[in-house]
Design a protein around this ligand. Structure first.
Ligand SMILES: [Zn+2]
Length: 111
C-alpha cells in the first residue's frame, strides 16, 4: 500500500452531486475534508491505496477526472540529513546538520 494526498477541486454547481456520490463510499468519506462551506470548493484527503489508479477509484466519479493525486511519504530527520549532505544544503537547522544530533536528542530525552 502507498499513501496518496488527493486534492478535489470542483465548482459550486458540481458540489452537491460530488458530495452525494462521494457519500456512497463510506470508508473514504471520513478521510476527506472540504472547503465548500467557506466558499472554496475543494476537497483534500490522505488515502491509502495500492497505486494511483486504485486511489482514484476511491474518489467520486464527479471529481475523479479533475482530481490531483500525489504519492506522498514522511521523512525522518535522519533521511533529511542524508539528503542535505549530498545536496550541500546549508539552510537546515543546526540540529539536523550536526553530527551530534543523536547525542543532542539523547540529552533532550534525559532532561
Ligand atoms: Zn464543494
Amino acid at each position: 500500500m502507498a499513501t496518496f494526498e488527493v486534492e478535489l477541486p470542483h465548482t459550486e454547481a458540481e458540489c452537491l452531486a460530488a458530495l452525494v456520490d462521494q457519500a456512497r463510499n463510506p470508508e473514504t468519506l471520513p478521510k476527506l475534508v472540504w472547503g465548500c462551506r467557506a466558499g472554496t470548493h475543494v476537497g483534500w484527503g490522505t488515502l491509502e491505496a495500492a497505486n494511483e489508479n486504485a486511489a482514484r477509484q476511491l474518489i467520486s466519479r464527479v471529481l475523479r477526472d479533475k482530481a490531483k493525486v500525489t504519492p506522498v511519504e514522511t521523512f525522518t530527520a535522519g533521511q533529511i540529513k542524508e539528503r542535505s549532505v549530498g545536496a550541500g544544503l546549508t539552510c537546515l537547522p543546526t540540529w539536523i546538520r550536526s553530527d551530534e544530533s543523536s547525542q543532542r536528542d539523547g540529552q533532550l530525552l534525559a532532561a
